[in-house]
Design a protein around this ligand. Structure first.
Ligand SMILES: Nc1ncnc2c1ncn2[C@@H]1O[C@H](COP(=O)(O)OP(=O)(O)OP(=O)(O)O)[C@@H](O)[C@H]1O
Ligand SMILES: [Mg+2]
Length: 286
């Protein structure tokens, strides 16, 4: 299991209250991407978000982290209203967004260097922490490489390591394991659960993969498209101690079936084509 040291067990809730998001598009009517979303994420909860392509999953994450403002409604983190980018969030974007002129280890360390000066840990501590995280994502041998010298899945693993380097109490992960092979994906699923347990982070995790959602989450929020909305939130009644063995148990299949049924009622394909890698122009946010 992971050698990554637990960071401060900060715990934070997220409250999405009646949030609607319209995008203004030149020469077109505004686009309703998310309609009246309500969602309560408890402190320390692991919530998965599933839904067809274009239903607003990434939009909801960007709203939560304050990168974009809601058109209507409010988002709260604990007792603070979200009104701009939050220091308490760490995000893994759908595309890796690494700085191409920095090495792998420099990219992973970046959120620590961007933090407030007084809060920046000593050089040696940074180096040790980065080394632990690169070991976790099985990239120790590539620490001195540049992102352009890595495969897409390796770049995504660097961005996962980067998201874990700070002690931000909320981790937003947008299809972080989508580009990985099945073995690496299942290994990182288990590692993520052990990090989550050790640190008490609140995690919101977007995936197209219903098995992955059920394996990881306390609850799965199912979204529908046109307009994007939350149509159901399903409790996953599985023991919290989960390892790969649980994937073959009847209770696991039963939970997947419930999620699949809710997805079916969105009237769209459950597993759409992978989304295009490029998103918008936001920079590193951690
Ligand atoms: N900045 C923007 N301007 C205009 N429309 C946008 C913008 N960002 C997202 N949209 C639209 O909002 C809808 C939801 O997009 P979003 O990226 O949240 O979907 P998603 O559920 O994450 O999809 P995927 O599973 O393919 O990643 C899409 O129709 C998209 O075209
Ligand atoms: Mg998306």
């Amino acid at each position: 299991m992971s050698a990554v040291r637990p960071t401060a067990p900060a715990r934070a809730s997220i409250s999405v209250r009646g949030v609607t998001k319209r995008f203004e598009i030149p020469r077109e009517p505004s686009f309703l991407a998310l309609q009246e979303a309500n969602l309560e994420v408890s402190p320390g909860e692991f919530l998965a978000l599933v839904g067809p392509s274009g239903c607003g999953k990434s939009t909801l994450l960007r709203l939560m982290s304050g990168l974009i403002p809601p058109s209507e409604g409010e988002i709260w983190v604990g007792d603070t209203r979200v009104e701009g980018p939050q220091a308490d969030f760490s995000t893994v974007f759908q595309s890796p967004r690494l700085l191409p002129w920095k090495t792998v280890e420099e990219n992973v360390a970046l959120p620590l260097r961007l933090g407030r000066r007084r809060a920046t840990p000593a050089k040696r501590e940074v180096r040790d922490r980065v080394a632990e995280l690169l070991d976790l994502v099985q990239l120790s041998a590539f620490a001195r490489r540049y992102p352009g010298e890595l495969s897409g899945g390796m770049q995504q693993r660097v961005s996962i390591a980067r998201s874990l380097v700070t002690s931000a109490s909320i981790l937003l992960m947008d299809e972080p394991f989508g580009a990985l092979d099945a073995f690496t994906r299942e290994y990182l699923n288990e590692e993520l659960l052990s990090i989550w347990k050790a640190t008490g982070r609140t995690i919101v995790f977007v995936t197209h993969d219903m098995d992955e959602a059920v394996f990881l989450a306390d609850r799965v929020a199912v979204m529908g498209a046109q307009p994007g909305r939350i149509i159901d939130v399903i409790d996953i009644d599985l023991p919290r101690e989960r390892d790969g063995g649980i994937r073959t148990e009847a209770a696991f299949f039963d939970s997947v079936r419930r999620v699949r049924k809710a997805m079916g009622s969105t009237g769209r394909r459950a597993d759409p084509e992978p989304a295009p890698a490029a998103e918008s122009t936001e920079g590193v946010h951690a």
